[in-house]
Ligand binder design. Structure first.
Ligand SMILES: Cc1ncc(COP(=O)(O)O)c(C=O)c1O
Length: 450
């Protein structure tokens, strides 16, 4: 007769049995296969829930001290306090620029740049379609027309080869955007600008400390603009800066951002031009000065982690990390960007790939959608002011031609981004990102079916 086992005996016997099964299955490779099963299929996630990405922003003692000093001083506005001029001097000095004007945000820095160059109704500004809406809105707010170049599939930057065909008598400026922390092909851009005698405004909002042949971005064109919005590598919640080496341009910009107050020594008293209040507060300048102390070290960490990650990701079929132009001697890595080829992942869509990545504890995003096709641009074609300046036919043609940028469409449909704070942790974070992608690829067909 078979005696029933007690609970303890049962646990002992089955424990032993499952342990020996483990040895057997390990020998035939089953346990290994299970360990690499993607989390979305029930495997263990590459990152545990308790493992945290570096929290952004990073706050330290000096932020608290410097902001408290401003608070206690009662001098909260740049017209009365000393902190904003200190930040401006420090940022200009750090980048090797002659002038820096702190602004309310990056959008206003771009608006200021265009105003200082007297770009307005009837003018056209060449922009990339792979950028944040602000680059384009700044142009529209001056009742000028943005004209979209295409995007370079390898670097994610403006495709300079597509610019020449867009230049007309109305073209007043080129606005390359140094996207994701990398740098647009500035040699090519400056060559076109000097041949055609048009201005260059560098939208460097995502690229503080990035360099082109050793020169800081924002100091290569006629002017450059930064954003210090919350997600940016140098962050004050909101904030921005306009930089230039041209003193006339700087005085024009300073006047515009201060409600048009007359320039010093201009012989005009009161208001010398139109303008707006686009001034930065002393609180934000204090935070920027404090954060600046850590920016260099953080940038080095991002750069070294990004290089390490690229070495791993470029070995994975179907993952194409954004390349840099040879002139890009420093990348600020505001974003880590790559293109995803679903064919190398058994047809797994980018959206399902991102979902599977998320299940591993790796947050990724699909980035921008085509800006040149956004509804707000269609709205421009029925705007009263724009209709008066350009006429219906011209606006409809403008919308129609600008909505076709095939390389940009492609990049918008296959890009994947990681945010800058994910590059601030240990190297093991990069190993985990690569491991998660390898796992998903190995089981891609099953993930696609799930
Ligand atoms: C490329 C680019 N241009 C302009 C801006 C506008 O900056 P802000 O948000 O500070 O106005 C941003 C901000 O996200 C940006 O990424």
């Amino acid at each position: 007769m078979i005696q029933p086992l007690s609970r303890r005996e049962c646990a002992k016997q089955f424990g032993a049995a499952s342990a020996s099964l483990g040895v057997v299955s390990q020998a035939i490779g089953l346990a290994k296969a299970d360990e690499t099963k993607p989390a979305i299929l029930g495997g263990p996630a590459v990152r545990k829930k308790t493992e945290r990405w570096t929290k952004w922003p990073i706050i330290a003692e000096n932020d608290l001290r410097m902001i408290t000093d401003v608070l206690k001083s009662g001098l909260w506005n740049r017209l009365s306090g000393p902190v904003t001029p200190r930040f401006e001097a420090a940022w200009a000095n750090r980048l090797g620029a002659k002038h820096c004007l702190a602004t309310a945000n990056g959008t206003s820095a771009l608006i200021i740049a265009l105003a200082a160059m007297d770009i307005g109704p009837g003018d056209e500004v060449i922009v990339p379609p792979y950028t944040f809406a602000a680059s384009v809105n700044a142009v529209l707010l001056h009742h000028a027309l943005p004209v979209f170049a295409d995007t370079d599939l390898n670097t994610f930057q403006i495709d300079c080869n597509s610019i020449a065909a867009l230049i007309r008598a109305e073209t007043a400026a080129l606005m390359p955007v140094h996207l994701g922390g990398s740098v647009a092909d500035m040699d090519h851009i400056m060559r076109i600008a000097s041949e055609k005698k048009i201005k260059v405004i560098e939208d460097a909002c995502q690229s503080p400390l990035a360099e082109w042949n050793g020169k800081a971005v924002s100091t290569i064109g006629d002017a450059g603009c930064f954003s210090f919005q919350a997600s940016k590598n140098l962050n004050a919640g909101e904030g921005g800066a306009f930089l230039t080496n041209q003193s006339d341009l700087f005085e024009e910009a300073r006047s515009f951002h201060n409600n048009g107050r007359a320039k010093p020594n201009s012989g005009v008293s009161g208001y010398g031009r139109n303008g707006a209040n686009l001034r930065l507060t002393e609180f934000q300048s204090a935070i920027l000065l404090a954060q600046m102390e850590r920016l260099e070290k953080q940038s080095q960490t991002r750069e070294s982690n990004a290089k390490y990650l690229t070495e791993q990701l470029q070995a994975i079929p179907g993952i194409m990390p954004a390349r840099m132009y040879p002139g890009c001697t420093r990348n600020a890595y505001h974003l880590y960007m790559f293109r995803y080829n679903a064919e190398a992942f058994a047809g797994l869509s980018r959206e399902s790939f991102l979902k599977a990545l998320g299940a591993e504890g790796i947050p990724g995003s699909s980035g921008y959608s085509p800006l040149n096709k956004e509804h707000f641009l269609k709205v421009v074609t029925s705007n009263k002011g724009f209709l008066r300046i350009y006429g219906e036919k011209h606006l409809n043609d403008w919308y129609e031609t600008n909505s076709h940028r095939p390389a940009n469409d492609r990049i918008c449909s296959d890009a994947v981004w990681f945010t800058q704070n994910m590059l601030l942790g240990p190297r093991s974070d990069m190993d985990q990102i690569a491991e998660a992608i390898r796992r998903i690829q190995k089981h891609a067909a099953a993930v696609a079916r799930a």
